[in-house]
Design a protein around this ligand. Structure first.
Ligand code: SF4
Length: 175
């Protein structure tokens, strides 16, 4: 026991060191996102997340948007519990056949104007689960998608993707 404790103190950890976070870049991205939401909607952006069959890796990254590092709620970007209060549906995973109807109903329950963002490689085309007997396909096989955010899982691309979506739709609306 003493030997194990001593080794624990003397040996360096086996895990890789975390890269130093670029705090300012993350904050700047979040501020731009808030500004774009206010210009486009006149208020903050309400996001409803739908897990259509993911492995939960994408959810870990989405949850991280609300951690103390990004803390998106402080900028008025909120995750809401009902699609009836949402502007954006953030859909993860390949759409499993069990979740297909739930996704269609969630889409219909979301008021216009609304956007659907497919998050992750699985949401794009089924990813590593494509072709499975239990999978209907990527998100666009079930509901119209406005933006795909690729990655397995995507990380800071989530913020970049939401920002691009709002800026593009704001530009379209201004024309
Ligand atoms: S894209 Fe990767 S992390 Fe996201 S649900 Fe698919 S396998 Fe999981």
């Amino acid at each position: 026991m003493r030997r194990l404790l001593l080794e624990g103190f003397l040996k360096s950890p086996l895990t890789e060191r975390l890269p130093a976070p670029d705090l300012e870049a993350g904050r700047e991205l979040a501020r731009r996102l808030e500004g774009a939401a206010r210009r486009r909607l006149g208020r903050s952006l309400a996001i409803r997340q739908v897990d259509a069959g993911s492995c939960n890796g994408c959810e870990l990254e989405i949850n991280a948007l609300n951690n103390a590092f990004y803390d998106l709620e402080r900028l008025g970007l909120s995750f809401v519990a009902s699609p009836r209060h949402a502007d954006v549906l953030l859909v993860t995973g390949p759409v499993t056949k069990n979740m297909q109807e739930a996704l269609e109903r969630t889409y219909r329950a979301t008021p216009d104007p609304k956007w659907v963002v497919a998050v992750g490689d699985c949401a794009f085309d089924g990813g590593m689960f494509a072709g499975s007997y239990a999978v209907a396909g990527g998100v666009s096989a079930v509901v119209p998608v406005d933006l795909h955010i690729r990655g397995c899982p995507p990380t800071v691309q989530l913020l970049e993707g939401l920002l691009a979506l709002l800026e593009t739709s704001a530009g379209r609306a201004a024309k």
